[in-house]
Design a protein around this ligand. Structure first.
Ligand SMILES: [Zn+2]
Length: 579
């Protein structure tokens, strides 16, 4: 908590506050961004204000940005409240009210402002370097916007909330009581194979019970998204989403080349890894519940029992990476912006969400006492540092980097932090935890290829049935699977993509993780050569936020942007050597 300064004295504080406030100049403090009446005069001002000089235009952009960050923060708060309490009808109602009332109200107004910017006479006279990315982004959005798509986008958000409600309510009776799926999944790391199988089957059976309603939600999502693409003049949602996500630096063909590179370079490495695992476990066949247990038969890694221990340990890791980062993490904690434990009624997964007006991050996750939770908190911590390091930019658009680079910030922090896992473990277990992290890399590249290739196919065949999609999924699974045996589990296998939130909530947002992991592995290699320099470049690149194009952000971090076999090969070799 910030201490209050004594008015009228010149006494200096020992520490500057971690999040010095940015005084508002346009949207008044206390503005109710959930009220159309309160927002309307501010939009009117921006819509009608004359932009006679370049200075007028710059000031107008900053005022617009301030209003946008206040509205975005209101939406984020309601999203956070809803995902923390999906079983509270009040939080759901407030989130949906915002989606139904405010989003359709502000979207055309933002559009109006974007058009006004596109037509502004001084647009090309303000600092072309500073506004290069802004120009490109806004002009792209002006071209893509269709008023008719606003209700379809609202419907999409409603469907996402429905999916979250169904999956958030999933519980399995295990060890004498109803437990959340993340809680039950802890048992997948245990050495007792019968218990692992029971836990795995419990989760899979529970998911299958809601297969039909989930398929029905996805059906409507796919058709709805396809319609939006066609309304905007695109042949399919894939092509639309590449433009909409501002993927200026790679194409669907680059993604296909990534899929091929993974099939050629990573899948064989994963199969070797799994074959070693099968032999060590002395099994005839490696089943899906045999993938998370320690192959040497050691008890599961249990880095912490209570969330407070997770927080303290993560703080210590950040301190070893960079004491300044640890201070930032403490400030997030002291502000109450961590919701980390897994409990009934909480939406699945983990995320970092920035409160754009305060310019302060919030971290959400479902910790269940696993090594994976440590990695998740390092990951979301990386996102949070990104948000803080670039919070000084006056344009909210530049306080958000392209997703491909956001994930370099988070995965880069995983890579840098993994060197200090001794904080949670003895030496031998720390080595083992690091090993798990590297093994995970060999799993994640093929998994990303599977999810991505699947979505390419889904949106090129929007009329496919749920059964067709199951066949599509299995086809990709055969190509990228690591030799694990799913025989007798055909139904579970065919719907196993249901466990992944991205196809539902953020379609096509997944390849970013591969691009970023390739970047993060380069940071890891750079840090082995020169730790201080790698960290300095990491911070420099994060501080740029989204103010530069993607390849430039990569360059600033001392790494190369690329997703082809040539870039991937030496990294996979280094990972295999490390293992
Ligand atoms: Zn992330």
């Amino acid at each position: 908590m910030a201490r209050s300064a004594v008015a009228g004295t010149s006494r200096k504080r020992k520490d500057a506050p971690a999040f010095p406030p940015f005084p508002r100049r346009f949207a008044p403090e206390g503005l109710d961004a959930g009220s159309k009446q309160a927002l309307d005069p501010l939009f009117m001002d921006l819509e009608e204000r004359p932009l006679a000089t370049p200075e007028d235009l710059v000031r107008w952009l900053e005022d617009w940005s301030e209003l946008a960050s206040v509205v975005a923060e209101e939406e984020s708060r309601r999203y956070i409240d809803h995902t923390c309490h999906t079983d509270d009808p009040g939080t759901e109602k407030r989130y949906l009210e915002f989606q139904r009332e405010i989003v359709p109200f502000v979207k055309p107004r933002w559009q109006h402002l974007k058009q006004k910017f596109a037509a502004a006479p001084h647009r090309t006279q303000i600092d072309p370097e500073r506004y290069q990315v802004f120009n490109r982004t806004i002009l792209n959005e002006v071209e893509l916007f269709r008023e008719d798509n606003v209700p379809l986008e609202t419907r999409d958000a409603e469907l996402v909330a429905e999916w979250q409600k169904i999956t958030g309510a999933m519980m399995v009776y295990f060890d004498g009581k109803d437990r959340t799926l993340p809680q039950v999944s802890r048992a997948l790391e245990e050495t007792d194979r019968a218990r692992r199988e029971k836990a795995w089957r419990g989760i899979a059976t529970r998911r299958l019970r809601d297969r039909n309603p989930i398929d029905a939600i996805y059906d409507e999502m796919v058709r709805n998204r396809d319609r939006r693409a066609r309304i905007a003049g695109f042949a399919n949602f894939r092509d639309y989403t590449f433009r909409e996500k501002g993927r200026f630096d790679y194409t669907p063909d680059d993604c296909r080349r990534y899929h091929d590179a993974v099939a050629e370079l990573v899948v064989p490495a994963l199969r070797r890894l799994h074959e070693r695992r099968r032999k060590k476990l002395k099994l005839k066949a490696l089943r899906p519940w045999d993938l998370a247990v320690d192959p040497e038969g050691a008890a599961p890694l249990r880095p912490f029992a209570k969330v407070t221990e997770l927080v303290a340990g993560a703080r210590d890791i950040f301190a070893r990476v960079d004491p300044n980062l640890a201070k930032l993490f403490e400030a997030i904690r002291d502000r109450g912006n961590l919701d980390l434990d897994s409990r009934k009624g909480k939406a699945p997964g983990g995320y970092q969400c920035t409160l754009d007006a305060q310019r302060v991050p919030f971290i959400f996750m479902n910790a269940a006492g696993l090594q994976r939770d440590v990695v998740t908190l390092l990951h979301e911590g990386g996102h949070a540092f990104h948000a803080i390091l670039c919070r000084g930019d006056s344009l909210v658009l530049y306080r958000q980097a392209p997703m491909e680079f956001c994930e370099v910030a988070s995965m880069g922090m995983e890579a840098l932090g993994s060197a200090h896992l001794e904080v949670f473990y003895g030496k031998a277990d720390a080595v083992r935890a690091r090993r798990v992290w590297f093994e995970e890399i060999l799993r994640i590249f093929p998994w990303i290829a599977t999810i991505d290739a699947f979505q390419h196919e889904v949106y090129l065949r929007p009329d496919a049935t749920a059964a067709d999609r199951r066949a599509m999924w299995l086809k990709e699974r055969r190509r990228f699977k690591g030799g694990d045996d799913w025989s007798g589990l055909e139904e579970e296998h065919a719907s196993s993509w249901h466990a992944q939130m991205h196809p539902f909530c953020v379609p096509f947002y997944y390849i970013e993780y591969a691009i970023a992991q390739i970047g993060a592995l380069q940071i890891w290699r750079n840090a082995r050569k020169d730790r201080a320099k790698a960290l300095e470049k990491y911070r420099t690149a994060l501080a740029l936020g989204g103010s530069r194009p993607l390849p430039e952000l990569f360059r600033a971090a001392g790494i190369k942007f690329g997703m082809d076999a040539k870039t991937l090969k030496p990294l996979i070799q280094a990972v295999e050597a490390e293992l």
